[in-house]
Design a protein around this ligand. Structure first.
Ligand SMILES: [Fe+2]
Length: 179
């Protein structure tokens, strides 16, 4: 395994775009109810002693390649010890790109009060990239989404221990689910 993502096959039923945005407005990020997600997905996690502490959908419109600092997303970390399973709808040819750990990091406010971090370093070295459809991802490591063709919607589940409700880091979640 690499330390950034692990794609997997699944047969879960995913919500449609109109299920995710019944009002028709593509919020950049918003929480969604668990009832929108196939209960078999949560059963699979539960069988590995994992629960979901936060469930969101993030929208990213297509943008010019290499435009890395816009209101639709800068290079960031989702916070300390954040591993997620993401399901991506749309976003043809989009890639998730990971970077070296920056030297200087600061916390930023988000619309839904997630513990995001940004880098003060002006340049960060790319270290890994992948196309994501369904994958366990390391959201603690600094990352960014390159999306140039069509609207991209990422259903994101933050993984925690089912008993303690403490965040699981990528390696812990990987070992429980795929190790
Ligand atoms: Fe992120």
């Amino acid at each position: 395994m690499n330390q950034f993502c692990h794609s997997f096959e699944h047969s879960y039923t995913l919500p449609s775009i109109s299920d995710l945005y019944p009002e028709g407005d593509y919020a950049i990020i918003k929480r969604i109810p668990k009832t929108l997600i196939d209960s078999r997905f949560f059963q699979w996690l539960s069988s590995h002693n994992i629960a979901v502490s936060d469930l969101v959908v993030a929208w990213k419109p297509p943008q010019t390649q290499g435009l890395r600092n816009t209101k639709y997303g800068t290079i960031h970390s989702d916070g300390p010890n954040v591993a997620k399973i993401n399901f991506v709808l749309g976003g043809e040819l989009s890639q998730m790109i990971w970077f070296d750990q920056p030297k200087f990091v600061f916390r930023v406010a988000t619309a839904i009060n997630t513990p995001y971090r940004q880098a003060a370093d002006s340049t960060l070295k790319e270290v890994y990239r992948a196309s994501i459809k369904a994958a366990l991802i390391n959201a603690e490591a600094f990352h960014w989404i390159e999306n140039t063709v069509s609207d991209r919607f990422a259903i994101q589940t933050t993984l925690v221990d089912a008993v303690t409700e403490q965040n699981l880091c990528f390696a812990q979640a990987y070992t429980r689910l795929f190790g």
